[in-house]
Design a protein around this ligand. Structure first.
Ligand SMILES: [Mg+2]
Length: 247
C-alpha cells in the first residue's frame, strides 16, 4: 500500500473529465457478472456529471460495449470497453485498434473445437477469446494446440495460459491508452482527467491520469499508484455532491 495515498477526496472543478470503471466502482460486484444491479442513483449521477462537464464522462471497463450499454440504458456514454480495445468516442464513433476480423476468425476456429467437445466452454468478446477446459482438464492439451494454431501468423495476438483457461488477447491495449485517446478528443481535451477504479487493470489508467496532471482514485483495498483511496459509497457521495452542485 502506497504511503502517499490519501483518504479524503480532493475538490474538483468544471474543468475535470471523469473516467469511471464499471464493476466494483459504479456498481457493486455481483456473484455472477450478469446479476449486476444498476440503481437509478447511478444513472442519475452519470447524467449529472455529464451535464456539468459538458459530456466529458467516460466508462472504462473490461466488459463488452453492448453489455455496458445494456446496463446503463437509456444512456450511451463515451466508453472504453474491453479494456479500451473497443472505444466509443463522444461523437458515437466506435474505434477498434486491433485486427477485429482476425480475432473473429480465431473465435470461429475455436468454436469448431468447442462444438466437438461439449465440456469446453468458449467465451467470445470482440477483442478476446477465452477457452475454458475446467470441466474436463484432460482436454487442456487439445485446447492448447488449437489455440496456438489459431493465432499462427498473428503477432499482435498473445495467449494467456491461465488456470484451466486459455485466453487469446491483443497485445498492448489497456485502459491507460483508452484514457489518453479520449484526452486527445473533444470534449475531454484540455480538461483534468480524474480516474476512478477498483481493480489492477485500472492501474494503467491511474498512471495515465497521474502523468497528465490529473487525479487518480482507488476504490477499496490493494496495492495502487492512485493518489487517493476510498470505498464505493465514499466515491458515490463525493461524485454526487459535485454533480448536484452544478444543477
Ligand atoms: Mg472494476
Amino acid at each position: 500500500m502506497s504511503r502517499k495515498t490519501e483518504n479524503s477526496l480532493p475538490s474538483v472543478t468544471d474543468s475535470a473529465a471523469f473516467f469511471i470503471d464499471f464493476d466494483g466502482t459504479l456498481v457493486e460486484i455481483a456473484p455472477r457478472p450478469h446479476l449486476v444491479e444498476v440503481g437509478p442513483e447511478v444513472l442519475d449521477l452519470l447524467r449529472g456529471l455529464s451535464a456539468r462537464l459538458n459530456g466529458a464522462v467516460a466508462i472504462l471497463t473490461g466488459r463488452p460495449l453492448a453489455t455496458v450499454d445494456g446496463f446503463l440504458s437509456p444512456l450511451t456514454l463515451p466508453a472504453g470497453a474491453e479494456h479500451g480495445a473497443v472505444r466509443r468516442d463522444a461523437e458515437g464513433m466506435v474505434h477498434r485498434d486491433f485486427e477485429a476480423d482476425a480475432m473473429t476468425k480465431v473465435g470461429e476456429a475455436l468454436q469448431v473445437l468447442a462444438d466437438e467437445h461439449g465440456e469446453l466452454e468458449l467465451e467470445r468478446k470482440e477483442s478476446s477469446v477465452a477457452l475454458h477446459y475446467r470441466q474436463k482438464p484432460e482436454l487442456g492439451e487439445i485446447a492448447r494446440e488449437a489455440v496456438y494454431k489459431a493465432i499462427e501468423g498473428k503477432p499482435d495476438f498473445h495467449v494467456m495460459d491461465g488456470k484451466m483457461v486459455l485466453e487469446v488477447k491483443v497485445e498492448g491495449l489497456d485502459k491507460g491508452l483508452a484514457l489518453e485517446a479520449f484526452m486527445s478528443e473533444t470534449p475531454f481535451a484540455g480538461r483534468v482527467p480524474i480516474m476512478i477504479g477498483d481493480d489492477v487493470t485500472d492501474e494503467y489508467a491511474f498512471a495515465a491520469a497521474n502523468k497528465a496532471g490529473g487525479i487518480s482514485i482507488k476504490i477499496g483495498e490493494g496495492e495502487t499508484i492512485a493518489q487517493y483511496r476510498t470505498d464505493r459509497a465514499g466515491f458515490m457521495n463525493w461524485a454526487k455532491a459535485f454533480a448536484d452542485a452544478g444543477r
